[in-house]
Design a protein around this ligand. Structure first.
Ligand code: GLY
Length: 570
């Protein structure tokens, strides 16, 4: 009895110091922004303070990141914006890139039908028709309140007058210089031909400022038609691409219906296809809901096993069923239903190791032919915004690989994406994230490639409790998942929920990736004895999130420390 009491007292003491140690640094009653760069946070705050709503601020942040974060912030790429308006409207804006009209299913295969390495990653053929400018315009037109000119002003200023280069950006520009011998315009614009900006230097982007001004003045026409469009097409042709002026002119952002699930009394709203993110996230949560995770120690072998087995099942399904819903029938309702999760578990309980082959939708010979490799370095960037009215925006957008295709549009100062790699170049052969896809995600003209981006908003009785998302390619889904489990099952304070080490499994390769110090030797040993393989990764994701504060009301912003993100509220 006395021993139990002592244990309880120690637990209470530990809990209270732990809670104090993880008190938030960023708190705001009226608004909160969490994004990769401080300048982008300030751009968004400026718009909120001028009376703009969360959508206006999100557009300002997106354009600012296109200046300050050239690895992933963009106008030459695409992404997804999830919006929860205070009046109850739930919106998913799809501004994913599309395949140029001249695309062919086998455009990345050699005469033997084998994938030509990197053809879908670097150069003109890797580029999908960019969606960001159209997506921002749709968001602003339909849900914003301020003019395009107002919300783009901070970004134009950042490009024109420059901003102070961070240590991280300087290292990235050096990296970019080293890998762009065949991309002279990229070296000129971003690396000053080798004399790239050092930490603290001012980085001015006059060409990009000119482009942003054209967009600010003419909207979509300033990007998808006229001199910018002509420069995009001629640059892509120089790099053996196939995009035409018509591809650009015909690009359209889409308003989709968010996917909705529930987890332990919370509502989960996330991104529908062409992202796999929402379906996969809700599918994994459905599998885990009655598995009693809250009764298992965090990162114990039993908890890890259940989560990994649930991820294995859902990523296997992802490879078979998911693609652009305008081209294939995606069984969305089935895949996010609790009944489907129940049926999946009848065949594969989550407390036993199942090889990836055994849960595969593929035949044995197809499985044999799958190459298993996993290339690191996943860019993409996520930011979250809330305003004083209770509108919330969760936005993830990308160039795909760090700095995209490495092709910079001549004279206009922006990089183009390499999103074509997110198609299945050949069904069964993994892309650069090691993700395997099927016919559902095969290349077709004007089709959107499958994504893992998972902008997500968690609600309780319709009220926003958190705004979540992450970069990280295939690890995006599992990063967002762990935020939800950390906060709902393990009741972690927000700062701890974000900073705690993560792990990841994606069906193929059959490996559990984990961050340094993320799993104990005993946990790994016990799971290895059951058949699991483990591999350490440097970091997983950058989950720039916002949480409702139940103590004072208002919002807690948590920039993920993994890549040095920022937050600001007021
Ligand atoms: N390009 C990464 C993704 O869309 O998931």
């Amino acid at each position: 009895m006395k021993q139990n009491l002592t244990r309880l007292l120690i637990a209470l003491l530990l809990f209270s110091t732990h809670a104090i140690a993880h008190q938030p640094t960023f708190y705001g009653r009226e608004g909160m922004i969490v994004a990769h760069d401080q300048e982008a946070v300030e751009a968004g705050l400026e718009i909120l303070k001028k009376g703009g709503n969360a959508v206006d601020a999100a557009v300002a942040v997106a354009y600012a990141l296109a200046v300050t974060h050239p690895q992933a912030g963009n106008i030459g790429g695409g992404g997804f914006m999830l919006i929860k308006m205070a009046d109850g409207r739930q919106i998913a804006i799809d501004y994913r890139e599309t395949a140029p009209a001249k695309s062919l299913r086998d455009m990345y295969l050699d005469e033997n039908g084998d994938v030509i390495p990197y053809k879908s990653v670097f150069g003109g053929l890797a580029v999908g028709v960019p969606g960001t400018v159209a997506g921002m315009q749709m968001a602003l037109d339909e849900y914003g309140t301020l003019s395009r000119k107002k919300v783009m002003k901070p970004a134009i200023k950042l490009a024109q007058k420059g901003f102070k280069v961070s240590y991280q950006l300087s290292r990235n520009l050096e990296y970019l210089y080293n890998v762009t011998e065949s991309f002279p315009e990229t070296r000129r614009v971003f690396a000053n031909n080798g004399n790239f900006s050092k930490p603290g230097d001012r980085f001015i982007q006059a060409d990009l400022a000119k482009t942003l001004k054209l967009i600010s003045k003419h909207g979509n026409k300033g990007f998808y038609e006229g001199p910018v469009a002509e420069a995009v097409v001629s640059t892509i042709l120089d790099f053996k691409g196939i995009m035409t002026l018509d591809d650009l002119k015909n690009y359209k952002a889409m308003n989709r219906t968010p996917v909705l699930g529930t987890y332990k009394g919370y509502e989960i709203m996330s991104m529908p296809p062409p992202s796999s993110g929402g379906i996969a996230l809700i599918g994994i949560l459905n599998l885990l809901e009655d598995e009693g995770l809250d009764t298992l120690f965090w990162h114990s072998s039993a908890a890890i096993q259940k989560i990994v087995e649930a991820e294995r099942l859902v990523y296997a399904d992802r490879s078979e069923w998911l693609g652009d819903p305008d081209f294939i029938d995606v069984p969305i309702n089935e895949m996010i239903s609790k009944e489907y999760a129940g049926r999946r578990k009848e065949l594969n309980d989550l407390s036993t190791y199942h090889s990836s082959e055994s849960v595969s939708p593929w035949t044995a010979s197809e499985m044999d032919s799958l190459k298993r490799y996993f290339k690191e370095s996943e860019e993409t960037t996520h930011f979250s915004v809330v305003d004083k009215w209770g509108n919330a925006v969760s936005n993830t957008y990308t160039l795909n690989w760090t700095f995209g295709s490495r092709v910079t549009v001549k004279g206009y100062g922006f990089l183009l994406n390499d999103e074509m790699d997110d198609f299945s170049a050949k069904p069964g052969v993994p892309n650069m994230f090691g993700l395997v896809g099927n016919i559902a995600n095969a290349i077709e003209p004007n089709k959107r490639m499958l994504s893992s981006m998972t902008p997500t908003i968690v609600m309780k009785e319709g009220k926003v409790v958190s705004v979540l998302g992450s970069p990280g390619g295939s690890t995006i889904i599992t990063s967002v998942l762990q935020l939800i489990l950390n906060t709902i099952d393990y009741k972690m304070p927000p700062v701890l929920a974000i900073s705690s080490p993560r792990f990841h499994h994606q069906w193929l390769p059959d490996v559990v990736y984990y961050e340094p110090f993320g799993l104990s030797q005993e946990t790994i040993q016990s799971l290895e004895n059951q058949g699991y393989e483990f591999e350490i990764r440097s970091w997983i994701g950058e989950s720039n999130a916002i949480f409702y504060d139940p103590i004072y009301g208002g919002w807690i912003g948590v920039p993920d420390p993994r890549r040095g993100a920022h937050a600001g509220g007021y």
